[in-house]
Design a protein around this ligand. Structure first.
Ligand code: FEO
Length: 170
């Protein structure tokens, strides 16, 4: 049984995950319009992964007898100055998402909601991985150079990203 506060926090996070998917799809669209096909592929996979995150929360709220209430999704940014600027925006966004998850875990602790705390631990680990991945891409783009050959190499590397698989339900 979720408290009203916990349910609201989870519904807000469902919204944030859907917004994340929309943001990454917007990044994919920007890449596609600039012929960065590998980056576009990576962003499409990321957009898909964020939908899985939203649905994991959605399924959890339903599983514990709560009510999912979807909120409107705002329009994301549509352009960035360079692939590096785009991945830096992605890193900042993931840091924001980590803060959100941590804040919801704090609520779970305050409310002694161990089931929700347990479910959210998956997101804690996921955020560590997501921040590390994007940070590494930013580092490589800085090292290789955000133009010409460096971009070409990174674009090819990120084109190899496999499709994500849905996380296990609780
Ligand atoms: Fe679902 Fe990338 O945070």
């Amino acid at each position: 049984m979720l408290s009203a506060k916990m349910q609201d926090a989870l519904n807000t996070q469902i919204h944030e995950e859907f917004f994340s998917s929309y943001l990454y799809l917007s990044m994919a669209a920007w890449c596609e319009s600039n012929n960065f096909d590998g980056f576009a592929h990576w962003m499409r996979m990321q957009a898909q992964e964020e939908l899985f995150h939203a649905m994991k929360l959605y399924d959890y709220v339903n599983a514990v007898g709560g009510k999912v209430v979807l909120k409107g999704v705002d329009a994301p940014e549509t352009k960035w100055n360079s692939p590096l600027a785009m991945f830096e925006a992605s890193l900042a966004h993931e840091q924001f998402m980590t803060k959100n998850i941590n804040a919801i875990v704090d609520i779970a602790h305050q409310e002694k909601d161990h089931a929700t705390d347990n479910m959210l631990q998956w997101f804690i680990s996921e955020q560590v991985e997501e921040e590390a991945t994007v940070d590494s891409i930013c580092g490589k783009l800085k090292m290789l150079g955000d133009t010409g050959h460096g971009i070409f190499m990174m674009d090819r590397e990120l084109d190899a990203r496999a499709a994500p698989t849905p996380p296990a339900a609780e």
